[in-house]
Design a protein around this ligand. Sequence first.
Ligand code: 9D3
Length: 247
Amino acid sequence: MQIAVVSLFPEMVGQVAEFGVVGRARERKLLAMHLENPRDYANDVHRTVDDRPYGGGPGMVMKYEPAAAAIAAARAELPAGCPVICLTPQGEVFDQAVARRLAGLPGMVLLAGRYEGIDERLISREVDEELSLGDFVLSGGEIAAMAVIDAVARLLPGVLGDDESAQQDSFMHGLLDHPHYTRPESIDGDRVPAVLLSGDHARIARWRRKQALGRSYLRRPDLVRKLSLSNDDRKLLEEFLKEQGPV
Ligand code: 9D3
């Protein structure tokens, strides 16, 4: 997959492809990154990329021409027909289903805004889709673009090993994860649950499922409501809540 990013801080976005899983994907040519800076397409002496909002008000607006030229350069690096996706608080909320859809594309242009906003004509003329990370305020689209790149790169064929891929398939089947433990067995008397030391893999799987159901029910009831729990799951959740006592 080829990802082009249009940003006033391209060095920031480039960092996501320098480390870890995404770094490995790039090294192995499963992912290529292209960075375009609107400032490189600003033709005035000050290389202006922002201006004051028509109608007045605080803050500045990202100008049309330099960003449009940067998008044109970004498109030219990618296969024809790749969408331009703008990271903006006004977008559809990004989730794993969106990540899966994007992972099926040959490429995409990610547009990260700065300032109070982007000239609306850039969005109407050049942008195919708008994505948000959720209801909190970032200083710009770069961190959101990095989150999208990370989530999408993990889904590209061959990026994760077989074990990790299988895990990813089972995870995000709508529940939060169960608790994890590693050595030592005891931290100031705070012991690893005995079942995990039992070697009884069926019991361990049941315990983990119960924990995942219980934690999801308590912390993210919205996730549990979206699922239709099997009778076994309903029983496990009941057990969890009984063992837990009043919350
Ligand atoms: C209400 C006035 N502004 C807040 C001080 C609005 C505003 C403008 C620009 C809020 C954030 C931004 C910059 N944010 C993004 O570019 C962004 C973002 C975000 O802030 N939250 C969640 N997802 C995203 S994706 C891009």
